[in-house]
Ligand binder design. Structure first.
Ligand SMILES: NC(=O)c1ccc[n+]([C@@H]2O[C@H](COP(=O)([O-])OP(=O)(O)OC[C@H]3O[C@@H](n4cnc5c(N)ncnc54)[C@H](O)[C@@H]3O)[C@@H](O)[C@H]2O)c1
Length: 326
């Protein structure tokens, strides 16, 4: 028996991965794409993603088998969204296209279906404008790959109702996501803004000749990156401030941090020499490994880390209740 139905519209990189996650948690998933053969190919990737999650202990194998049996690629958009509790839109990053998909889906899906865009950079306020009952539409931005990385950033548009965000939060939790609910919709949400800020400085360090690409990456991986997987930057600094916590950290380390801040890169256009330098630096570390091999290495390591983190108390509260239906 399915836990409910979810429609995935747009069967590319993001759609296939979302479909795998939803199926792994026992949902009936319908995938739709306008491109011939795209949905069928996405079903194969989704099935592989769902099996990977079950094999790594990140999804219940019984629910996964139930979800896999219900993975489908209906011929029309109307069939795909019929009876869906959630429509996850994953079409290309084009405002007019997304706005038109939202307008169509909102007229074909059940009146109470949540409709969420995966968009990385477009405003949900613009996307939802022509939708019927836009109060149930929102942004639900995944971090790549959506089936494996738990973060989903939920953002409201100007017309989104708070109750829709709350329903969405519960629903994404049931598929093992860690939803972060934003109060406003700003470009890049939270995680991509933080990533952009860090990457700018990482590039700057290479351009200034301070360290190699490989060593900058190692400094992140084996230092702050490891801690950030356990606690965010504010909590980590709370621990670094002695007995007075984060306030003490600000008081005692402000002068030293401000000295660094004044020296950080502030450019807003990528320096033209960055591409050649970064490519050469990445190649030096990667050697003969293919992109597929690197992806597999990343996914295996992320899955192992996640399985370990989920044993700890801080990540227990968000585990999906096994038998919940939508
Ligand atoms: N790729 C990522 O890392 C990533 C991460 C987070 C969010 N996103 C967001 O996800 C969305 C999709 O990105 P992607 O990388 O999967 O793109 P993609 O090009 O891989 O896939 C898009 C799919 O949508 C299909 N499509 C086009 N018009 C359609 C329509 N009217 N109805 C149904 N299907 C249609 C295309 O045929 C294609 O298969 C974008 O908004 C992107 O910003 C991507």
């Amino acid at each position: 028996m399915s836990r409910g139905k979810i429609a995935v519209i747009g069967a590319g990189t993001t759609g296939g991965s979302w479909a795998g996650l939803f199926a792994a948690h026992g949902f009936e998933v319908a995938v739709f794409d306008v491109r011939e053969g795209a949905a069928a190919a996405a079903l194969e990737r989704a099935a592989a993603a769902a099996r990977f999650l079950a094999a790594k202990g990140l999804a219940d194998p019984v629910l996964t088998e139930e979800g896999l049996a219900l993975l489908a690629a209906p011929a029309t958009l109307a069939q795909a969204v019929a009876g869906a509790a959630l429509v996850q839109e994953c079409v290309p990053e084009d405002l007019e296209l997304k706005r038109s998909v939202f307008a169509q889906v909102s007229r074909l899906a059940p009146a109470d279906a949540l409709i969420a865009t995966s968009s990385s950079g477009l405003s949900i306020t613009s996307i939802q404008q022509d939708a019927l009952s836009p109060g149930r539409t929102l942004a639900a931005h995944p971090y790549n790959p959506p089936h494996l990385v738990p973060l989903v950033e939920l953002a409201p548009g100007a017309l989104t109702l708070p109750a829709a965000l709350e329903r969405a939060r519960e629903l994404y939790r049931r598929v093992g996501k860690e939803p972060v609910v934003m109060k406003v919709d700003i470009p890049g949400y939270i995680a991509n803004r933080l990533s952009a800020a860090l990457w700018r400085e990482a590039i700057e360090l290479v351009l200034r000749g301070v360290a190699t690409v490989e060593d900058v990456d190692r400094a992140v991986r084996f230092g702050p990156g490891l801690r950030w997987a356990v606690m965010g930057p504010h909590l980590i600094y709370h621990l670094g401030g002695g007995k007075s916590g984060i306030r003490g950290h600000l008081l005692h380390l402000a002068a030293s941090k401000e000295g660094m801040l004044r020296d950080l890169a502030a450019w807003t256009t990528f320096p033209p020499e960055a591409a050649d330098l970064l490519e050469a630096g990445v190649q030096a570390g990667v050697g003969e490994k293919t992109l597929e091999e690197l992806e597999q290495e990343r996914d295996e390591a992320v899955a192992a880390l996640l399985a370990t983190l989920r044993q700890t108390a801080s990540l227990q509260e968000n585990r999906p209740a096994k038998e919940n239906a939508l």
